[in-house]
Design a protein around this ligand. Structure first.
Ligand SMILES: C[S@@+](CC[C@H](N)C(=O)[O-])C[C@H]1O[C@@H](n2cnc3c(N)ncnc32)[C@H](O)[C@@H]1O
Length: 469
């Protein structure tokens, strides 16, 4: 009961809970090309090059780490966004003080810090709390543009905070830079006011020693991390559809359904200010979500670039199957369909496609593809199916191999049996090369293999071309 009362005191029900849930949802969707340095031992089972004495002192040190305080235990069980800033600050202080001694000793033992130890990162954005100060320290204190055309980060921009650990992006958060708000996690927090005016692509080191990369969100980041209604067309597939349709600046393209607005944004960028996109969505809630996401990106863009993103998408809340009146008088250079029964919508759309134009269709299941082809066979529409494809993307890990202490591994040339002199020379030269801060070109082995986590199937893409019979 006492624990329950204590927990209730610690919890501050937060309206940003949805952000926490979204982060967890997004975590599963993070797929990146990993190019950080990797630990050779973990991969190859090589022996440590630390001395036995140093290894045993480190083992002792890790064993001596203190047990958790009641505050840490209870707050660790709760969603991080439910903790009040005061509790977060107390917990930070507590941990900083009690681990300071251990960390100092550890730093002395291993000179090169191999990275942060925090295992889990969550985040929420909160209004500023008076008296609570950000622990952030900037690796580059003074910010001024150094490249022609460079713009410093401004309020209203859409940014991504990224934390990498052991070869992988552990945490990726999309946020809008707002005065008084803050980015928060187990690593401490960063005041948005401390980010504004800085350069994009900067590492911010928190007081707890965690490096967070803060950069501008790409359109790909935005569509993957923005709030969703239905599932989006994945960027790899959207890019291939744009290629299939050969969308060019100035084109007029029909899209349906609008869904969450991801494809609408890619189309909007492809057709540019001289082109237009007609986006048709049957569900009102999805239609509204698509409009919100589109406008969210446009607003942030004008702050980022100081110029408007083209206002070139007309969103309509309608059923494409019965949208002939809406389409009357229109001609399309291409069409992109992402809806459950595309063959039902093709009779309304096909008359408005330019002869020779392409309609690219996104379908999750192969049974939908056969339904589509069967529909085409029965409808006798002037549409040829040119291709049915999947777009596989395979992530790889490619990085210099590292020892446990963070130093580079060194390639070992073969030595003929009995040639002790050559063997001794190799050992000496390896020692020399390892002690130097940057081993010679070609002397470091690399880890290079497909990443164990891969994106699974997303969609089949069908390319239909309107022909003249
Ligand atoms: C998977 S979502 C599309 C996602 C979108 N491509 C994106 O990237 O965000 C499919 C959408 O098609 C809509 N839809 C289904 N049938 C439709 C129809 N006959 N006319 C218009 N929209 C339709 C659904 O309501 C749903 O929002």
């Amino acid at each position: 009961m006492a624990g329950f009362v204590c927990m209730r005191r610690l919890v501050r029900i937060n309206s940003n809970r949805v952000l926490f849930l979204n982060v967890h949802k997004c975590k599963r969707e993070i797929r990146t090309f990993f190019a950080n340095s990797v630990n050779y031992k973990e991969a190859e089972g090589d022996n440590s090059n630390l001395s036995p004495e140093l290894t045993s002192r480190l083992t002792l040190l890790y064993r001596r780490r203190r047990s958790l305080s009641p505050l840490e235990r209870i707050s660790g069980l709760l969603p991080q966004d439910a903790l009040s800033p005061e509790v977060m600050q107390l917990r930070d202080l507590n941990e900083t003080e009690t681990t300071a001694e251990t960390e100092l000793l550890e730093t002395r033992l291993i000179q090169e810090d191999c990275g942060p130890r925090e295992d889990d990162l969550d985040t929420l954005e909160d209004p500023e709390t008076p008296g609570v100060h950000s622990h952030v320290t900037f690796e580059e204190e003074e910010s001024c543009p150094s490249v022609p055309g460079e713009r410093l980060l401004g309020f209203g921009e859409l940014l991504v905070a990224e934390y990498s650990k052991k070869r992988r992006v552990e945490f990726k958060k999309l946020f809008q830079l707002q005065s008084g708000a803050r980015l928060m996690g187990n690593w401490g927090f960063i005041q948005h006011n401390d980010i504004v005016g800085k350069r994009a692509g900067q590492f911010l080191k928190t007081g707890r020693g965690v490096s967070i990369l803060v950069r501008r969100a790409s359109l790909e980041d935005y569509v993957l991390l923005m709030r969703r209604g239905p599932a989006i067309a994945y960027p790899k597939d959207a890019a291939t559809m744009l290629m299939m349709m050969d969308v060019t600046e100035g084109d007029c393209v029909l899209e349906s359904g609008s869904g969450s607005g991801a494809m609408s944004l890619f189309l909007s960028r492809a057709v540019g200010s001289k082109g237009c996109v007609i986006s048709v969505e049957i569900r009102e809630d999805h239609h509204k979500r698509a409009v919100l996401n589109y406008n969210g990106w446009r607003r942030a863009w004008s702050v980022r670039r100081g110029e408007e993103w083209p206002d070139n998408v007309q969103f309509h809340n309608a059923d494409l199957c019965t949208a002939s009146p809406l389409l009357s008088g229109q001609g399309f250079h291409a069409a992109a369909l992402d809806l459950i029964h595309p063959h039902l919508a093709l009779p309304a759309l096909t008359p408005h496609l330019h002869p020779g134009a392409v309609c690219a269709i996104y379908l999750a299941n192969i049974t939908q593809v056969t339904d589509l082809l069967e529909g085409l066979r029965c409808l006798e529409l002037p549409l040829l199916c040119e291709r049915i494809i999947e777009v596989p993307v395979r992530d790889w890990t490619v990085a210099p191999a590292l020892q446990k202490d963070g130093s580079y591994c060194i390639r070992k040339p073969p030595v003929l049996p009995g040639d002790e002199q050559a063997e001794a020379a190799v050992v000496t030269s390896n020692q020399e090369r390892t002690t130097g801060s940057r081993p010679d070109f070609g002397s470091v082995p690399y880890i290079a293999r497909p990443h164990p986590e891969q994106m699974s199937h997303t969609a089949f893409l069908v390319k239909l071309r309107k022909c003249v019979l």
